[in-house]
Write a new protein. Sequence first.
Length: 129
Amino acid sequence: MHFRLLYNPASPASLSPYRVVDEQGREAGLVNEFLDAQHVRGLSLCSLRAYGYDGLHFARWWFPDPPRPFSAIDDSTVLDYLRYQLATFWRKSEGLSLLFAVSVGGTSCANAIAASEPARCRAVPLPTG
């Protein structure tokens, strides 16, 4: 299934303006119920959008082919998702640190990658300059 996050500024006051929907426009019920509850709590649009993207990411992880129902979520599901998030977090943070090294540190991309890799991973020295 393919999900996306939609924004509707004209949504009723009781509903979050951010909605997670599938490719046929059907709502991801549990995710949108959570967004609605946060909207009623008075969270800012920026916070709702951030939670919307979190919910979108979870829906994409949770609904592989074939999809699983939300009712199947239990404690082990949450732990599996957190493990998955940690694995992708370290990959993303490494990419961001390389980007920072290149943009702020004034080093070349090749030098930043070479400096971040453990010596055992480098098969051939990268050229400098």
